[in-house]
Design a protein. Structure first.
Length: 306
């Protein structure tokens, strides 16, 4: 296999999913005289979050979804943020609500996630939605793990019985990813910052999912030859010019791409791998929320995946 064939095209998969869901957003507009709608709240001006939020808003607009952004100052109180969410919860023309994370330290993320109406929780972070996922009865599945599963099912087909190893145990990626892979009959290992000899685990992985947030931590020594490697990390490495002026820097994942590319069967690049799929899955969840809001059946375009 040539090297180029080993690189998984996340943008292509994102386009495919967006094409699959477009008829559902169009159908919603035809029936209800308004588009499915998403409101994104950002607190503060974290530059990485600004880029993610802009991409979400823009992709929604391009795909027949009404999108709105609420930008709040970094010193906004927890009560004021809760007040904004309560208004959106009650607004029947708002289908999906997303509060961009991380939040400033003085605001409890747990509390905020709990306040969002679980039927509008397009991130799938509310305890009801995570609980449903873990019981195999999902409603909204967190977008990044869902995007990873979409890629895996299209790349491998049946993943039954595969050894899947996850590096990272966050509520957003690691834990829900483990649940999805278990439901697909993989044998799942979760490793994390306190795991001893991580390589002993990762070298057994047919499927390796890395979501640890450490730039290029995973090199070729962690990889079983022929593994499928999904890199969830997005890290901006600041670079300096010769005059010692820092510029915008390069984006790298949690995987040393060039090294691992030589050993893995397939690998997602950064950028252009998991990132676009996360956003496409958010669009899917938003349209699903709109159908739930109107209490009508949602044609499950991901039936073959889950
Ligand atoms: N921050 C990083 N990823 C995400 C995500 O998927 N959703 C939200 N709300 N915040 C994030």
């Amino acid at each position: 296999m040539t090297i180029i064939n080993k690189i998984i095209d996340g943008k292509m998969y994102a386009r495919k999913l967006l094409e699959e869901i477009y008829p559902l957003s169009k159908g919603f507009l035809d029936n209800f005289n308004r588009k499915p709608s998403l409101t994104v709240i950002q607190v503060g001006d974290n530059p990485a979050s600004r880029i993610y939020v802009k991409n979400k808003i823009l992709t929604a607009k391009k795909n027949g979804i009404e999108s709105k952004e609420i930008l709040l100052a970094s010193d906004v109180s927890e009560d004021e943020l809760i007040h904004h969410i309560s208004i959106l919860n009650k607004n029947e023309n708002v289908d999906g609500i997303l509060v961009q994370l991380p939040l400033p330290k003085h605001i409890s993320e747990k509390k905020i996630i709990n306040i969002i109406d679980s039927s509008k929780d397009v991130d799938g972070f509310h305890p009801i939605n995570l609980g449903k996922l873990f019981m195999g009865d999902s409603k909204f599945i967190p977008c990044t793990p869902l995007g990873c599963l979409y890629i895996l099912k299209h790349e491998i087909g049946d993943i039954k019985g595969k050894n899947a190893v996850i590096v990272g145990r966050s509520n957003i990626v690691g834990k829900p990813m483990a649940s999805l892979l278990l439901s697909s009959d993989c044998s799942v290992t979760i490793t994390h910052s306190r795991t001893k000899n991580i390589q002993e685990h990762t070298r057994k992985a047919d499927i390796l999912i890395v979501a640890v947030g450490i730039p290029e931590m995973i090199d070729e020594k962690f990889i079983k030859p022929g593994a499928i490697v999904i890199d969830v990390g997005i890290n901006r490495l600041e670079t300096k010019t010769r005059d010692n002026i820092s510029n915008k820097g390069v984006l790298v994942g949690d995987v040393k791409f060039e090294k691992v590319l030589k050993i893995a069967k397939k690998i997602t690049p950064v950028p252009g791998g998991v990132g676009p799929m996360t956003i496409a899955c958010l669009m899917h969840n938003t349209i699903k929320a709109a159908y739930i809001n109107k209490k009508i059946d949602f044609v499950n375009v991901l039936e073959g995946i889950l």
